[in-house]
Design a protein around this ligand. Structure first.
Ligand code: THU
Length: 139
């Protein structure tokens, strides 16, 4: 992946944490999803008093993209940690978000996990969710 784009996605994911609505966990997550046609859709986590309806940053970004007509994704960046502080560690996508990403993206899609602008790791969706159940499995 292009270094400049990796950094842009990382910065966007870090920045989106400022918009997280996290009164229950105090854990702010930001995501930046790059489409194959070069658009970036961002997302933050949005929690709820009933807990269950809470949505992760990654799924917020996916819902924003799909609802704008984008379904082909080139990469996603994710950053998370205690609200109001820089991340202390890398925040890989949760299992539900991995499954949602696998609905639209193949195993080679880069997943960029971000601790800071300088500390970035790149893995793939296939590494995070091997042998996944996808639309192809429905036949
Ligand atoms: N969270 C995300 O937004 N993305 C992840 O991949 C991990 C977890 C959110 C959900 C909840 O609002 C908070 O982080 C603590 O779990």
């Amino acid at each position: 992946m292009d270094e400049h784009m990796i950094r842009e996605l990382a910065v966007s994911a870090l920045k989106m944490r400022e918009l997280s609505y996290v009164p229950y966990s105090d854990f702010a997550v930001g995501a930046a999803l790059l489409t194959k046609d070069g658009r970036i859709f961002t997302g933050c986590n949005v929690e709820n008093a009933a807990f269950g309806p809470s949505i992760c940053a990654e799924r917020t970004a996916v819902a924003k993209a799909v609802s704008e007509g984008a379904r082909e994704f080139a990469a996603i960046a994710v950053a998370g940690g205690k609200r109001g502080e820089p991340p202390k560690d890398y925040c890989p996508p949760c299992g539900v978000c991995r499954q949602v990403l696998a609905e639209f993206s193949g195993p080679d899609m880069p997943v960029i996990v971000v601790k800071s602008e300088e500390e970035i790791r790149i893995t793939t969706l296939g590494d995070l969710l091997p042998q996944s159940f996808t639309p192809a499995d429905l036949g």
